[in-house]
Design a protein around this ligand. Structure first.
Ligand code: FCB
Length: 451
């Protein structure tokens, strides 16, 4: 079962989770640098100060990618490494780092997919109100222009922001991620509005400044509902649920509808009522920019069935479900229904920009890292993705999360998502069994998944 020609097989990371070098060569601080120092917020007091030391070891890491045979690599740029105060002075040393990384990737025939924002927001802008400040829209667009000016002669694939639901929800509503705020709905909605406008302005900044034809998208987290069976009414219930506003934070439509359809969903506008932000003339036009693909991060889904009056209702998970180390249920079908529903609604080619699992990995007595769960998990998910593609979903690629074990936010280093094992004491990298397995998948363009 070969995947489409030109399908990009990759792996993903994010700057704060792997780079380290947190205080080097002129880098400014991000809200994550500060958050990790807040006692009790991160597992075992872990920080990203050193992380995988990728800032110094990127060449070795690109060699790992080459060994696996990756065709594409998704990474993010640390905004405060490039612009230490978030606005104004540009840190050339920071840009140089990404410049060298991009060159190393291209030398190894690996296509860079650059995410402009994967949560390490400049601390000094946070002190000026952060995303609550309407100026944040221009701050982000100016930063985007600086990066694009420097890298776009070689970089063509751009993602504006990673998972707005998560950095807004966990970071600004629930206090679990940086900057650790627990704001009321009206503030969260204002922040969301600015984040969406920043996305739109960044898309424009990319297109205006790019030196080679850019492909641009955003990467919301996929909130996927799956039908209990494939009867028409249950499929329709799952479709309705996937695009509902049932949860004010964990939904697709509050983010993707404005970006792609040009308006906030009516259901949410009604629900939020007086908490709705004031929309200025032209705001929605700024948010609503043409995109080239729909990037989505999908790890799991929830099962639903048709409810009363044409609605839907949740179906309780089975007792004792298969779980990953994040306690997330293993739900391969999410990679069928997610791409299918998202493609139907938004009519953009799909890219799965993250999928994977935290597993109980360690170096075994034979010196290898055996991770059969990761192989089984990914086989199941990729088969489901392939089914969606066979049924007509246009798909551009798949990025496994993650290239290597890394700093898993509030969980610190206690969760291992990598195809590569990282010994944080020595910084030694060991390719896990899954990395060798993934090589074959890539080599055969997916045909080995049938075996
Ligand atoms: C996603 C994040 C990514 C990683 C995975 C496990 O929500 O985008 O950085 O932490 O989850």
């Amino acid at each position: 079962m070969a995947f489409p020609e030109n399908f990009a097989w990759g792996a993903a990371t994010a700057s704060y989770q792997i780079e380290g070098g947190a205080y080097e060569n002129g880098k400014g601080r991000s809200v994550w640098d500060a958050f990790c120092r807040w006692p009790g917020k991160v597992y075992a007091g872990d920080t990203g100060d050193v992380a995988c030391d990728h800032y110094h070891r990127y060449r070795e890491d690109v060699q790992l990618m080459a060994e696996i045979g990756l065709q594409a690599y998704r990474f993010s740029i640390s905004w405060p490494r490039v612009i230490p105060e978030g606005v104004g002075l540009v840190n050339e040393a920071g840009l140089d780092f990404y410049d060298r990384l991009v060159d190393a990737l291209l030398e190894n025939h690996i296509t860079p997919w650059v995410t402009l924002f994967h949560w390490d927001y400049p601390e000094s802008l946070y002190h000026q109100g952060g995303w609550m400040n309407r100026d944040s829209v221009c701050w982000f667009a100016d930063y985007a222009a600086v990066v694009v000016e420097r890298l776009s002669d070689r970089v063509t694939h751009w993602i504006t922001q990673n998972e707005p639901q998560v950095f807004i929800g966990l970071g600004h509503a629930l206090g679990i991620h940086a900057p650790g705020l627990r704001l009321p709905d009206a503030d969260v909605l204002l922040i969301t509005h600015h984040v969406l406008m920043a996305h739109g302005m960044a898309v424009t900044a990319i297109r205006d400044n790019a030196k080679s034809e850019p492909l641009v998208g955003a990467a919301p987290v996929g909130i996927i509902k799956m039908p209990v069976d494939e009867s028409d009414e249950n499929v329709e219930a799952a479709r309705l649920a996937t695009f509902s506003m049932e949860d004010k934070l964990w939904n697709n439509v509050w983010y993707a509808d404005p970006m792609i359809l040009g308006h906030y969903p009516e259901e949410g506008v009604k629900m939020f009522g007086a908490d709705m932000p004031e929309l200025h003339d032209g705001d929605m036009e700024i948010i609503h920019q043409p995109l080239d693909f729909y990037a989505t991060n999908i790890y799991h889904g929830d099962t639903v069935r048709a409810g009363q009056d044409g609605g839907w209702e949740p179906v309780a998970p089975q007792t004792g479900p298969p779980l990953t180390m994040m306690n997330w249920r293993v739900e391969p079908e999410a990679l069928y229904w997610g791409p299918r529903f998202l493609y139907e609604r938004y009519q953009l080619p799909i890219v799965v920009t993250e999928n994977g699992l935290a597993n109980t990995d360690w170096i075994h007595l034979d010196g290898k890292v055996h991770d059969p769960q990761r192989i089984d998990f990914t086989t199941r998910y990729l088969r489901a993705y392939k089914r969606a593609i066979d049924e007509g979903v246009e798909a551009m690629g798949y990025f496994h999360w993650s290239l290597m074990d890394n700093f898993e936010w509030a969980e610190g280093y206690s969760r291992r998502f990598g195809l590569t094992y990282v010994d944080y004491q020595t910084q030694e990298r060991v390719l896990k069994d899954s990395a060798y397995w993934y090589s074959e998948v890539i080599e055969s363009n997916g045909a080995s998944l049938d075996a």
